[in-house]
Each structure stands twice: as structure tokens, then as C-alpha cells.
Design a protein around this ligand. Sequence first.
Ligand code: ADP
Length: 490
Amino acid sequence: MAKRKIRVLFAAFEAVPFMKTGGLGDVAGSLPQALLKTGAEVRVMLPKFKTIPEKYRAKMTHVTDFNVSLGWRNLYCGVEKLRHKGVVYYFIDNEYYFGREKPYGYYDDGERMAFFSKAIAESLQYLPDFPCDVLHCNDWHTALAPVFLREFYRGIPLYDNVKTVMTVHNLKFQGQMSDYVLGDILGLADNVSAASQLRDDPGSVNFMKGGLCYSDVLTTVSPTYAEEIKDPFYGEGLDDIFRRRSGILHGILNGIDTEVYDPSSEKDLPAGFTASDRSGKAVCKAALQKELGLIEDPKAPLIVMIGRLTSQKGLDLVRHVLGELLTHSVQLAVLGTGDKDYEEMIKGFALASGGRMSAQIRFDEGLAHRMYAGADMLLMPSLFEPCGLAQMIAMRYGTLPVVRETGGLKDSVIPYNQYTGEGTGFSFAEYNAHTMMFTLLRAADLYCDDPKAWNRLMDNAMAQDFSWDRAAKEYAAIYSSLHPERKTIA
Ligand code: ADP
């Protein structure tokens, strides 16, 4: 019998361009397209949010509808379909759960995510042209689908064929609910085995934990983070599961959208540039210094930070040495929003810096691009970082990352080796403010004193391949390992 393509249903709560609040939206927007190129047949399942732009809603067609049981509830569930950039998207329709102004942040989020997960499981029997081989779930929003598959659908041949993959993008959010959810919503209170795998501390139910216990394969978004989360420091209370299931845990580094981040073709940059002709980068730097009110000095090493201002991003290290750092001949520009005390701290130092530092406390995608293009270095001293995108984006623009060696930062930045000249950036291991500052100053000295070495690092950084194709091949290999009888890699 000829092998047929492996069929993968990729379930997520958000995906660009339909809904995005964070990194998950980027991944779910890009990865399925890249997966198609590996030979896997991938379709994506999302909630049909009220806020999905009308231009997409208008093109959706009705596939089917059925009822979903959730504890004592019996709920309407529609499935709509849309093809976008070669990928088939299914949208789970229920006005009550998804007809709201924003995707998250409601008192009944646990019930909404449980409904979505149950709807995913139930829908598999209503998609006759797509008998699913692999269900790929993402984060706690869809983590219950593998639980429901095993507990409610086991024994049905169509379901017994389905293997499950669960990817952790953000371990901070686990979907911890009060214990009544187990019976009232999940309908599993009398199932001793399910209850023990879903329960956290006495008195709470943890959706993520359920997904981690029931899935056939676990992945997270970088190899180093996959190791780190086995340790209590990074494991957010679930490290014992990652240790126990380490044999099926994989770390796959995310990619970035290399069309969106491309200094050679972006129209909104002051000047374009390529790896072989970087003259435009100097124009971008001059324009950026002017725009941000910094001293217009082409020789001053310009460091930028772009991202959420939270403790995860290493803002405590920055606070500790910022005054001292600014006594050296460097410039710093920060773009981000986050915790109020960090925002005030950044603003305070910028005000007193006399044109050496700029604080841009807002979300501004255009400015982010201009900063990636115009800067010399990007600082990312994270306490932990599952993957991190900013450091990979920066390298596309020849802006050298200065990072702490954690998670995806460690996996994507090759530290400068002064003896061989190799590297794509600079890094330090210890979570220590002065270690960070000395690493930055070492980078700044190299920038000022050894342009040849710096240019070589820029060449190396710009030559890195952070496209999604690499990650897609790794996911495809995992799907293949679950169904060796199917064809994945073309
Ligand atoms: P996170 O932990 O927030 O997901 P990442 O580095 O993985 O961090 O991704 C953050 C993404 O959001 C990057 O593309 C970065 O450029 C962008 N970003 C973060 N803050 C801002 C901001 N204030 N303005 C514009 N873009 C931002």
C-alpha cells in the first residue's frame, strides 16, 4: 500500500493574522506554512473570535456543526473553514465563549479553554476528508484535548490512530483552576487516574499538567530550555513531570519571519542594506539617534533593548548598573512597556542622561524595526527565556546581541571568541549585574577599537538561518516517529 501524507491538526488559541497577543500567535501563524513544505498535510484549528477581521470572516465557509458535552452542559459547536496562504484553517464557532472583545482575561477562561479542547477532540470525527494522525496542541489553552481524547474517545478506531504532541511556549501560564472544575466542567471527578494527573496542590486543577501527562510527545521552544525546565528553578512547579518524561521531551528552537524582518526590502527604514553592502546601516543609525534625541555621534556604540519590561527580561540587572554604565561612552535606547517601577526607572535614567539614553515606553512596531536596523548591539540579559525572538531578529540586521546564556538565547547566539574571531554576539552566564556590564563594555571596546573583528561578527550574524524551515523539519521528524507508516518528509 502506498504511503500517504501524514495528517496533522495544529490546535492553538491564537495565530497571525487572525489573532495575536504574543509569541504563540507568531509560531502558529508561521510554522504550519513551513510544515507544508516538509510533506506533512497540516491544518490549523482556532477559535472563531468576534475580533477576527471581517475580510477573513467573510470568506469562511460552514463545514459542520454538532453538540459538545462539557460536564452537565450540552453546547453548540460550529466548524468553519478558510484557506489562507495555502493552509486550511478551521474555526471553532460558539458565540457565548468566543464572541467577546478579547481572547483572554475572563472569569470563565477555564471553561472556555475546556470547551475549545473538547470541541477539538469531538470535531475529529466530523472532518471526513481529514482523518487526523497527529494532534499538535499548544500551551494550556489546548492542553486538555489529549486528556479528553484518552478519557472519552478511547476505543474508537479513528481516535486510537491519533497521536498527540504538546508544545510549551510559556510555562508561566498553566491554567490553574479550583477543584470543582474537575467534575462540573471536565466531567472527570469520578475518574481517579485522570484526577490524579490533573490535580496540582490539593484543591486545584492544572490544565497544563494534564496535557504534559497525557501527550505522546512534549516539546518546548529551545533545546536549552528543554533541559532547564527539569530543574525546580525554571520548572514552575512542573519540573518533576519534565524529569519523569524527559525521554519524550524535545527542544526545538523557534524561527522568525524572514520576510517581515528583512533590512534589504523594508520600505519604512531610512535606508536598506544587505550583508555585502552595509552602508545603509550607518544611515539608519544616524536617523535613529536623531529620532530618539540621542547625541548624533556615528562612533558611539549604540545599545538597544526591545521587549517587555519585566523581571524575566533581566531588568533588575539593568537597574543595578545603569548609572555606572552611562558613565562609559555608550548610548542606550529602550523600547518597551511592562511593570510600572521598571518603566519609571528607565524614564528617570533617560531624563538625566543628557542625550546618552532614550526611553520609549510604548508598543511601536515601526520603531522596533528602525531600532533593530540602526543599533550596534541588542541587550537581552534575561533571567529565563524559553526562546526569545528579539536576539534572532537583531542578527538579521547585523545588530549584535549581548545576552545571558539561558534558554533560546544560549541556543541562538554564538559568543565572540577573541582567539578565533568566531561568534555572532556576546554572552555571559552568571545572573549578575556587573558581569552583564563588563560583557557590554567588552563588546563596546571591540566595536570602537577593532572594526575588522566587529565586521566579521556582523557577517556571521547576518549569515545565520533563523527561518522556520529548520524548525519545521524537526517537528516533521517527530510526527514521523509517531507514525512511521506514514509519509512526512517529501
Ligand atoms: P516575549 O517573551 O515577549 O515573547 P520575544 O523576544 O520572544 O519576547 O518576542 C518579543 C517580540 O515583540 C519581538 O518581536 C519584539 O520586537 C516585539 N516587541 C516587544 N516589545 C515591543 C514594543 N514595545 N514595541 C514593538 N515591538 C515589541
